[in-house]
Ligand binder design. Structure first.
Ligand SMILES: Cc1ncc(COP(=O)(O)O)c(C=O)c1O
Length: 458
């Protein structure tokens, strides 16, 4: 089929015309990758951009087009791309060697930095990703409590490991997703976000090892956590003898230097990290109360008479990732990075909501801290940014998008020089400035006009 016959959308035609080299790479990629991609969130119609290089809050594709970036390394880059201090630290670590197969000074400094910044972090175990961190958190919780069940909240994302799959994007009844065995799915109890009664019921049998959640809500606050719910959760888990796990893979070192737990003053038993903790390189960690980590400790487990949990991982605490992590965390500790990114978030959401009002859309820009979400109102409710309260809507509606709108919105935003993700929305860095704000607002205005021209929105 000729390319031009694929769609009669002018937005799509313009996108294809602007990105021929990305199209060529996407064509080759389809021969080697399922759907031509290496991460589900890069799935985009007709294909995503291929990026050549990036700097600060911007990136450039292989056709030379420039974009304001709201992917931010999937949330890893709160300092923006290529912060010079982080780049220098990485280069000097790289020159000394990428893997020693031995302990090294940087891993100690990295862990000390984490324990200084994160309230719950008495001990640390580094992993290579957030998925590995949540996997280890579950294993620690089960071993520590001697219980089998894990409580999760529907739509909350904790990586792609077997325990985290059912009830995240589908299978909200808890049945196993493709490739997950029923025994694992049955060990996970799904509760609706913010459902206090559901939580109490789930804890009642006394068989819950841990309750875990994204502490600002599903998908970095797309389904926000209701005020008071975290402290309710803390009380209830304590009373039930279950551990509380905050998945701070996105919120860690972003919401505040000490993560969501410091911002909200609620200390979990365990917390998982990735992304910012490794300064944009692959890396993650599970942190928490020291006695839980005895389960990973050769001497302590022998002294206490229990079987140690085995844990390997070729790239755990890799020295280059450690260097990036230390440099990034020190900057976050010493400068107003989180505050600045949060302030940009406030300003961007406000400005986009002004546009939404002026353009007469029944949408809303929302989110907390440095996260942006755009609600495209799949049920066509009569909503304005002024009366929009995400906590008053069914959580599934917040996760849904108006039919056909988001793919076009993303294409149109790219045509206008802004890369947003498919929530739709994104994460903000401290390198975003007034200039990026103005460009984003203008791109949004122009993109909505393009969508209206195509009757994609009323
Ligand atoms: C809240 C949360 N937990 C866990 C993960 C998984 O982390 P990773 O992609 O490093 O495996 C992610 C990734 O986006 C995440 O957003």
């Amino acid at each position: 089929m000729p390319e031009s016959a694929l769609s009669n959308s002018q937005i799509e035609a313009a996108y294809r015309a602007m990105t021929p080299s990305s199209a060529a790479l996407a064509g080759k990629a389809r021969n080697v990758f399922p759907s031509g991609i290496t991460h589900d969130s890069r799935h985009m119609n007709p294909y995503g951009i291929y990026v050549d290089h990036a700097e600060g809050p911007r990136k450039w594709d292989v056709d030379g087009n420039e974009y304001v970036d709201y992917f931010g390394g999937h949330g890893a880059l709160i300092l923006g791309h290529n912060h010079p201090v982080v780049t220098d630290a990485v280069q000097s670590a790289y020159r000394k060697g990428t893997h020693f197969g031995a302990s090294h000074a940087l891993e100690v400094e990295w862990a000390e930095q984490v324990t200084r910044m994160v309230p719950c972090a008495e001990k640390v175990r580094f992993t290579s990703s957030g998925t590995e961190a949540t996997l280890m958190a579950v294993r620690l919780a089960r071993a520590y409590t001697g219980r089998s069940k894990i409580v999760r909240f529907r739509t909350h994302f904790h990586g792609w490991n077997d325990h985290m799959a059912p009830g995240q994007a589908n299978h909200f009844d808890g049945t196993p997703t493709t490739g997950v065995i029923s025994g694992i799915a049955a060990s996970v109890v799904l509760v609706d976000p913010n459902d206090e009664n559901g939580l109490v019921d789930a804890l009642a049998a006394g068989d819950v090892a841990a309750v875990m959640l994204e502490p600002t809500g599903s998908s970095t606050g797309m389904v926000p956590v209701a005020p008071g719910f975290l402290s309710f959760l803390r009380q209830q888990t304590q009373a039930a003898g279950s551990l509380l796990i905050f998945d701070e893979v996105v919120t860690g070192f972003r919401v505040s230097p000490g993560g969501a737990q410091a911002a909200y003053g609620i200390t979990p038993d365990l917390a998982t990290f990735a992304k910012i903790i490794a300064g944009g390189l692959p890396g993650g960690a599970v942190t928490g109360k020291a006695d839980i980590f005895d389960l990973l400790d050769f001497e302590a487990s022998a002294a206490k008479g229990f079987e140690k949990i085995g844990h390997q991982g070729t790239y755990n605490a890799n020295p280059v990732a450690a260097a990036a992590g230390i440099a990034t965390l020190k900057i976050i500790e010493n400068e107003d990075i989180c505050k600045n990114a949060n302030a940009f978030g406030d300003a961007l959401r406000k400005r986009l909501n002004n546009e939404i009002l002026n353009l007469g859309l029944n949408w809303a820009a929302y989110g907390e801290h440095s996260a942006l979400h755009i609600f495209t109102n799949p049920k066509g409710r009569s909503i304005t940014p002024d009366n929009f309260d995400p906590l008053k809507l069914p959580f599934m509606e917040l996760k849904e998008n108006a039919t056909g709108v988001v793919p076009k919105l993303r294409q149109a935003m790219l045509l206008n020089g802004v890369d947003i993700n498919g929530w739709p929305g994104g994460t903000i860095s401290a390198s975003h400035t007034e200039k990026e704000l103005e460009e984003t607002v203008l791109a949004f205005r122009n993109s909505v006009a393009m969508l209206k021209d195509e009757d994609a929105i009323p």
